[in-house]
Ligand binder design. Structure first.
Ligand code: NAD
Ligand code: UDX
Length: 477
């Protein structure tokens, strides 16, 4: 099989950037060029301030950039020079047309594929890095073969990415597994071996798994669906805990000790967010429906419905605790990113919560350590709606630190589990002094020591725990 000397990655996003930066670091003999049609993003990758925040990424990019790692808007050149091309473009949920609200929009994948076919002057290995519905490789191959210059051969591989945001670098450095799906032909297996060699520079061979193309594509959707399902399961149990006085953290701990269940991804929360879980499950729902498997579709759809329910339920608890009205009250939102250690807000539960609170005519002050103000304004407005921003800014403000967000607030709502919001970091005594009374804290991420905060005078309401007025078995002691 062929030894890869030049790689092109189409799509300089959350996946393409970190993945190919790590490939470049671990393979100093391979030239890696990451291309994107978005010039602002490429300029940022070439600047001191990278377009995405990921702990550890800065050092890797700055170590390889200009040596064997390049960022460019010249997509043609990137494609022409490469032996192997990663397609790492976005695959959002379709907003319109057939499958709207469920199916993945494959427009970007198709346009990148057509671009490869149009400009390629030599044989290429084309690797699906984007998360795509099962059998997308088939469409890509068809497009490539129908549009390529005569005599040019393409091999298609599926190599889904399992990194999570906030931990992208350690996830890439020590992946649980690397999947490489290929056609079961001589050429397909040879292409898979070429890609495997790249990963083998740092991943043990036993963890690089070869399989058929469709299994590899489906494994990505399946893994995300199974992970999200665990969160919805523990969140469903959190509702039972709140109603009974059981403590969801204790239940999660007890269940997680069973080695058949395991402890990860069993943390109850205000709901999962992020660009992947909801999109990929809806994609699976759509796939199931198109395969005439309505029971399977309904099963997976429920994971997303439970997540919506969790956000609504948490909001309702805020409203009822605040004496059934939020009108004119100030709510401090701590955390706007969908999880800690990222500035990404895609599908962040904080967006849904702020919209619910706005509908109740609350005043909202938001603080997040990493999310840009412009991003928050974008997430809370409808594109193209006149005066939307002006209206929004009458009700919502962005604070530069947690203390000023909480100043004069009626309630603090923890939406993201940033370490700096823990009661071991933040001075909740100071926050309490400057809040309206009774001072409420709603912990949507289970990061606070409720007894400690109640000792300061707060009324604390936590996901998966009964209201503070509720008698639990502990009160009988
Ligand atoms: P992203 O939106 O951050 O990046 C995609 C980039 O592709 C954008 O910068 C866009 O400008 C560029 N692009 C689109 N069409 C192009 C074209 N024709 N030519 C050149 N550039 C083009 O998306 P992301 O979060 O990196 O996700 C990419 C894929 O990886 C998605 O399919 C996603 O489901 C999957 N994925 C994401 C994560 C994650 O944590 N974000 C994890 C695993 C898998
Ligand atoms: C996810 C997958 O984990 C990753 O493998 C895939 O490649 C992309 O999608 P990501 O969305 O970046 O990664 O982050 P993840 O850590 O999975 O968290 C997703 C959401 O679930 C976050 O909002 C997080 O706060 C929430 N979550 C996670 C919980 O509420 N409870 C948990 O126990 C774990």
């Amino acid at each position: 099989h062929k030894t890869i000397k030049k790689i092109c990655c189409i799509g300089a996003g959350y996946v393409g950037g970190p993945t190919c930066a790590v490939i470049a670091e671990k393979n100093p003999d391979i030239i890696v060029t990451i291309v994107d049609i978005n010039p602002t993003r490429i300029a940022a990758w070439n600047s001191d301030t990278l377009p995405i925040y990921e702990p550890g990424l800065d050092k890797i990019v700055k170590g390889c950039r200009g040596r064997n790692l390049f960022f460019s808007t010249d997509v043609d050149k990137g494609i022409i020079e490469a032996d192997l091309i990663f397609v790492s473009v976005n695959t959002p949920t379709k907003k319109k047309g057939v499958g709207a609200g469920y199916a993945a929009d494959l427009g970007y994948v198709e346009s990148a594929t057509r671009h490869i076919a149009r400009v390629a002057q030599s044989d290429k290995i084309v690797v699906e890095k984007s998360t795509v519905p099962c059998r997308t490789a088939h469409s890509m191959r068809y497009i490539l073969e129908a549009n390529a210059r005569p005599g040019i051969h393409f091999d298609i591989l599926s190599n889904p990415e399992f990194l999570a945001e906030g931990t992208a670098v350690p996830d890439l450095m020590r992946p649980d597994r690397v999947l490489i799906g290929s056609l079961d032909t001589l050429a397909g297996r040879a292409a898979a071996a070429s890609l495997a060699d790249i990963y083998a520079s740092w991943v043990p061979r036993g963890q690089i798994i070869a399989m058929n193309l469709w299994s590899s594509e489906l494994s990505k959707l399946a893994a995300n669906a199974l992970l999200a399902q665990r969160i919805s399961s523990i969140n469903a149990l959190s509702a039972i805990c709140e109603a009974t006085g059981a403590d969801v953290d204790e239940v999660s701990y007890a269940c997680g000790l069973d080695t058949r269940i395991g402890s990860k991804f069993l943390k109850a929360s205000v709901g999962f967010g992020g660009s992947c879980f909801q999109k990929d499950i809806l994609n699976l729902v759509y796939l199931s429906e198109s395969l005439h498997l309505p029971e399977v579709a309904a099963y997976w759809r429920q994971v997303v419905e439970m997540n919506e329910y969790q956000k609504r339920r948490f909001t309702d608890r805020v409203i009822s605790s605040l004496f059934n009205t939020l009108t004119g009250k100030k709510i401090a939102i701590l955390g706007f990113a969908f999880k800690k250690d990222t500035g990404d807000t895609r599908e962040s539960p904080a967006i849904t919560l702020v919209n619910y609170f706005r509908a109740e005519r609350a005043n909202i002050s938001i603080y997040d350590p990493k999310v840009e103000d412009s991003q928050i304004w974008m997430d809370l407005t409808e594109p193209g709606v006149v005066d939307d921003l002006a209206e929004l800014q009458k009700q919502v403000s962005i604070a530069t630190n947690a203390y000023s967000a909480c100043d004069d607030a009626d309630a603090v709502v923890i939406c993201t589990e940033w370490d700096e919001f823990r009661d071991t970091y933040l001075d909740y005594g100071r926050i309490y002094e400057n809040m309206k009374k009774p001072a409420f804290v709603f912990d949507g991420r289970l990061i606070l020591d409720r007894n400690r905060l109640e000792g300061m005078g707060f009324r604390v309401e936590t996901i998966g725990r009964a209201a503070s007025s509720f008698k639990t078995p502990r009160d009988w002691e």
